[in-house]
Ligand binder design. Sequence first.
Ligand code: AMP
Ligand code: MG
Length: 984
Amino acid sequence: RGDASESGRGAVGSGRVPRTPHERLLAGLFAEVLALGEHEVGADSDFFALGGHSLLATRLISRLRAVLGVELPLRALFETPTVAGLAAELGSADATSRPELRPAARRPGDPLPLSFGQRRLWFLYRLDGPSATYNMPLVLRLSGALDRDALRAALGDIVTRHETLRTVYAEGADGVPYPRVLDPADVGAVSDPRVVEAPGADVETLVAEAAGHRFDLAVEPPLRVTLFATGDEEHVLVLALHHIACDGWSLRPLSRDLATAYAARLAGRAPAWAPLPVTYADYAAWQGELLGDAADPRSLAARRLDHWRRALHGVPELLHLPTDRPRPAAASFRGDHFSFDVDAEMHAALVGLARSRGASLFMVLHAGLAALFTRLGAGSDIAVGTPVAGRTDAALDDLVGFFVNTLVLRADTSGDPTFAELLGRVRENALGAYANQDLPFEHLVEELNPVRSPAHHPLFQVMLALQNAPTGHFGLPGLRVRGVRVPTGTSRVDVTFSVEERRGADGCPAGLEAVVEYATDLYDRDTVADLAGRWVRLLSAAASAPETPISRLPVLAEEEHARLTRAGDGCRNAAARDITPAGFPALFAARVWECPDAVAVMCGEVELSYRELDERANRFARALAARGVGAEDVVALVLPRSVAWVVAVLGVLKTGAAYLPVDPAYPAERIAYLLDDARPALVIDDPAQVDDTADFPATDPDMPIDPAQAAYVIYTSGSTGRPKGVVVSHTGIASLVASQIDHLRLGVGSRVLQASSPSFDASFWDVCAALLSGAALVLAPVDDPLAGLRDARVTHATVPPSALAAVPEGTGTALETLIVAGEACPPELVARWAPGRRMINAYGPTETTVCATMSTPLDASVAGNPPMGQAIINARVYVLDAALRPVPPGVPGELYVAGPGLARGYLGRTALTAQRFVADPYTPANQPGTRMYRTGDLARTTRDGRLEYLGRADNQLKIRGYRIEPGEIETALTTHPAIAHAAV
Ligand code: AMP
Ligand code: MG
């Protein structure tokens, strides 16, 4: 295969001369199909090197059928694409069993058959009424002296010649459509252009209107001609055509016939053209005969169906790609389009890749699209539709009519194949599809009977077309003719990628021109532009390194990659702030110094000032230190929410040790487990131990604390069924508090409710929010924590959505700021609670020091799940794929968190720690070696940079604020009555 140059047609005419009769015949057919001179094809000439593609291949096969009466499999052409190679294959090709396409004897009044494709369009018309969704406007700008009479006559000639253009489809009494061909005598009514004098006008809108005519197929022929006269020598000719009478491959005969007829009429003659060999009605009848009865297993229809049933078995109903808007229950078919180019160099590279793998350019484009969709979260079973000319018999070449068929191509991208491997799979699939292309799509849909929905196209929602229909060339004498693309404002499927090849004079790749038509129900222009950009980026990398696994091909622009992984303005990760990590005691001491007399704790009627609280904590810390408690010790606090508990937490932190909160309401079994696993140096389970410290001085013990020391150990679920202790240091506390002060507007005078169980890290969040900002911590009643929400003193409260949902509507509260955290917050709760106050969504796992992201105040009028907001100060969040690369906006990925708040790990579980806390590949250059925490949460970023929570990657549950991993349900149910109760 290495004979010709890598790109373009090269090596034409060189090499051996065809010798055997088969070789000579094939050389002649190659030349005919490829529009080359006969001398340009040698015995070793390669069909694809000469510019062949799959559609021309189909044509070659059909020519062989007509000339030799043999059925050469298309695959043979792909496998031995040279003249000599194919000539050898011809010997073993089967004789064709196809019926011949012939003009049928037609008596006046005989009902005309409809083709399968027409039947579907007619059906859609009956369903939706007249619409422009299936219009194919042809708009020509004519400059020069136009002879209107000649044009009128020429249009009449065309409509006379092509029956399809003067056929109406009235419904008979039996509900069946009857095509009725208008008599040529009445043709003027169809072909006479409506002439609109619009001198100097900008006719764009008028043209779009004319092109978007809604054909009433039952009474109106599917062609409507309008001529806009914008100047003496300037006209715009609009042929609004309905797809029922036309397709892309009809443009060639249409343009050729119009040119011939116009030239003849100018000269005062009727066009002298050969009559068409068959009519569309002959084709429709032949199609029925060819396919036969699908119920007969020997029929072509049955054999084709057999292929397609196997090929499409289990194909997903819907291709899930990120959209800008949710899919409406019924598609409006409104659409828009976006154009882009691919340069000659890349075009050549793609052609080169195709040729080196025995594939076509189309297959390369298709493999690229499938790989892209997989990378965009669509899974590994990707179906797209593609049009094929459907003119499988050469007698159809000169007809204007609807012959195009749609093939469903399915790509299996599973197992992370290299691009080359994927191309091989795509090629196999395509060859099978081409070989079975004569089963009409409509027939297939009827037989496969996939879920039919007005919301989406059946079997595929994305189309790919390599437009190699010979482009119509409207050479009208005396006129300069330019085709104008008119947006139809419609889109039949979600997205259609149409690519056209440009070839230089020597046949060399000269670039690709692509148009993406998209449903505006789903997409915005920018998103489609991004999609196109990603496709090109991926293909470009694949062309230069086809052995790259598809997971490693780039889909993001460098700038995007940077934005998604780094911090800075306009990023989800705010620019780093210079906050020096400090120990909790030092941060608290600063508040005591600033506002010693402000209220620090409120519990019922009891109030403690900052100074009082500090003194009690100092005494307790000294008492602990006297018992040898210090850095890296764990002190278990088995205390209910109380002033003593607050003093104890502060006291332990002041010694430099870590506290382990244990809710005394826990079952004895669970408490025993926690104490056994954490091996605390000391267990405090009596408030008296905290309060009886009169012997110790009230001055600060001033223990030097390295922020890397452990501050607390909090147990969360463990996938093994055993809860695990998360060891959190002081490093993230200063940044957390700075974020709380910013987002929650905290300070002296604020009163922060503490309602969550002391065993949850939410309690640490409350303590920080109050005692490190100068606010007061208001302790909720132990037996009815939600009563705290009615406490008129409270200004700030953090509540899990499930608890908030249990608060009866109309419950009065003076809350200024309500934080929902711990679980996804349903939109109804936002609608109910956001009005009149700042409501904020806070997200974070225990492993990141309670909180990783916080939203701005939620807007009750915005539908959908509340946003997660931005990373808190100095934290970074990434949404990554399985290979730890950032996923594009809109694509679900796993959420990772990095920054000073990362926990040290799991107590005594190094292996588990190493699994969840991994190296951060996006560490800023000045912080080498940092880690990131793999949260197990699924999220995506929206195009405008918001972060959206999507759920869990595993089956972890949150019940009553407690994390339960799949392996742990049993234990959780038996050891945690609250969970068991909620679960029931
Ligand atoms: P925990 O470590 O017990 O706080 O649990 C952390 C997990 O709770 C996260 O990984 C999420 O699955 C879930 N979670 C916490 N906050 C939110 C939130 N605001 N929205 C959705 N899920 C959340
Ligand atoms: Mg939490």
